[in-house]
Design a protein around this ligand. Structure first.
Ligand SMILES: Nc1ncnc2c1ncn2[C@@H]1O[C@H](COP(=O)(O)OP(=O)(O)OP(=O)(O)O)[C@@H](O)[C@H]1O
Length: 541
């Protein structure tokens, strides 16, 4: 039964079907396995707060499809609602197997009874299993109502059938997760091909002039709403000389956005000059920005042009402008308002034509309140603010960035583009990135070096703080859906299931054989066939 369902599921996935179809097959398999009246999958929302019914199947005589409400997992006190059976399963990660809910106390079955009314059903026996992927992360539940009812007698599920159902739930979680990753992967591939197709056009294109929708540079990655919005804003402002203030945490791409402003403007053939205002002491910064005359200070042996002169006709990017000393802020304001600069040690003012783009990762409003930033300069700069949210607030950009950085590095080094194992990808998706895109790039650069050429990047190649809890490989998933024919793929899953059960039983072959309902000889054969060994090299009974 399990193998037949497994093969069907695998065929569905390798045929590239959608997650929904996989779910449908999983609930069908659950009905077949248990002879139940109804089987459903509920999935957790992104924030892990509610469960929603993603798929349901019923025996023919059920009148209507119960839709039911969302299952809220937490109470007003933010504590898990352990009386709600589904919430209990999600919170504890354990299976709930109730013979007759009328005789059970301690749970609140209101939701089940409401669904009964909708579906014309009377729930007696109820089984809820967590759908768990690696590191015991629960992504949803499988709910089975009234096992045995197809034989006209609701019956508690035998221990053996329950184990099979648990195996099915384990595989279901794995399949659904993999199907989702596969969908993501296909989407990423499409995006990458699109980027590639655009590449030659971009390099040979004439510089854009006064465009409303600027052609984004190939290295500016992200399709999340805030990035799309920022790109639109650049399109609106780039062609004018209005100053722009880019705000965001460190590593969110502020300099990149400033360069994009320059490239999208009609100043593109003039210089784009960058100065970090926090990097130099006040006197040096002033001379760097505005130049000096000979003898202006000790060591000023010649007259020197400042960056404002160098940027003439182009764009001057003032990074970390919030850290600029107050006295210099007045000079920047003059440059902004009058287009004038005065070199250190000179009494003459000179006209320059520069477009200012500032960037800051600190709260300028607080700096103003503390008397450390000029309000008038802020108002001048803040005419056109562009906010870049931290990476953790735009997780949909993470896979795009991963794909981009890995491909770009591979292109540069002439090596193969490495594949990421699912748990490595999962860890990368879950990390909070205090250093934002720069941190992600550094993590991948390091991981590429750690992984051998041609081999996937694994969780162990990521910094320990990301890998942390996920280091226990008991529930490891294989990298996406493997290539190959059905027999090979099923073999890989079989190897994974056997390895997981061996770990679960502390490498006791007899116990693993009992759980999987096969002979001990079969386990030994498969361990040999798939070359599965205990990590510490020891043997067990
Ligand atoms: N959207 C993006 N697409 C591709 N690469 C990005 C993106 N955003 C940032 N990066 C990369 O991340 C790194 C940091 O970006 P950048 O220097 O522009 O950030 P920043 O916000 O100016 O940082 P800081 O505040 O520390 O100066 C760079 O290597 C940059 O190429």
């Amino acid at each position: 039964m399990i193998l037949g369902d497994l093969i069907e599921l695998t065929s569905a996935i390798t045929a590239g079907v959608k997650v929904e179809t996989v779910m449908d097959q999983v609930v069908e398999a659950a009905l077949n396995l248990t002879g139940a009246e109804e089987a459903s999958i509920f999935m957790l929302d992104t924030f892990g707060q509610t469960l929603h019914r993603a798929c349901s199947r019923h025996r023919g005589y059920i009148k209507a499809m119960p839709t039911g409400k969302q299952v809220v997992l937490y109470g007003a006190d933010m504590m898990p609602n352990l009386k709600e059976p589904a919430a209990f399963v999600v919170s504890t990660g354990t299976t709930l197997n109730l013979d007759d809910i009328d005789k059970v106390i301690g749970y609140d079955f209101d939701r089940i009874r409401e669904e009964d009314k909708l579906g014309g059903l009377t729930t007696r026996a109820l089984i809820i299993l967590p759908l768990t992927i690696q590191s015991n992360r629960t992504i949803g539940i499988l709910q089975v109502i009234n096992p045995g009812a197809s034989q006209k007698a609701v019956a508690a599920l035998s221990e053996q059938s329950l184990k099979e159902l648990q195996s099915l739930a384990g595989l279901a979680a794995l399949y659904m997760w993999n199907a989702r990753l596969l969908e993501d992967n296909t989407r990423l591939k499409r995006q990458f091909d699109r980027h590639l197709a655009e590449l030659p056009k971009q390099t040979h294109k004439a510089p854009p002039k006064k465009v409303a929708e600027p052609q984004r540079p190939k290295g500016l990655i992200g399709e999340s709403p805030p990035i799309e919005h920022a790109i639109k804003l650049v399109g609106k402002a780039a062609w004018s000389t209005v100053p722009i203030l880019v705000r965001g945490e460190t590593g969110t791409g502020k300099e990149m956005m400033a360069a994009f402003v320059h490239m999208s403007s009609d100043r593109v053939n003039k210089p784009f000059v960058v100065q970090n205002c926090a990097a130099l002491p006040e006197a040096l910064l002033e001379s760097e920005l505005f130049g000096h005359v000979k003898g202006a200070f000790t060591g000023a042996s010649t007259t020197k042009l400042g960056l404002a002169h160098e940027a003439n006709g182009g764009t001057l990017f003032l990074d970390e402008i919030g850290d600029m000393p107050l006295a210099l802020q007045a000079k920047v304001l003059r440059l902004l308002q009058e287009g004038e600069v005065r070199r250190v040690g000179s009494t003459k003012t000179e006209k320059v034509d520069v477009r200012i783009v500032g960037a800051t990762n600190i709260n300028l409003e607080e700096k103003i309140a503390a008397g450390e930033f000029r309000q008038d300069l802020f108002y001048r700069l803040n005419v056109f603010p562009i906010n870049l949210p931290p990476l953790r607030e735009r997780p949909s950009d993470i896979p795009l960035l991963i794909d981009f950085f890995l491909r770009a590095a591979a292109e540069k080094s002439g090596q193969q583009v490495p594949v990421l194992s699912s748990d490595a990808l999962d860890a990368l998706m879950c990390w909070g990135y205090p250093g934002n895109v720069r941190e992600l790039k550094n993590i991948l650069d390091r991981a590429r070096l750690m992984a051998e050429d041609g081999y996937p990047i694994e969780l162990s190649h990521l910094p320990p703080e990301l890998a942390g809890a996920q280091h226990d490989a008991g529930n490891r998933m294989p990298a996406l859906i493997p290539e190959g024919d059905l027999k090979t793929i099923v073999g890989q899953y079989e190897a994974m299931v056997i390895e997981a059960k061996m770990r679960e039983t502390n490498w006791n072959k007899t116990n693993a054989a009992r759980i999987l309902n096969v002979s001990r000889r079969t386990i030994i054969d498969k361990l040999n066939r798939y070359n599965i060994t205990r990590p510490d090299g020891l043997e067990r009974s």
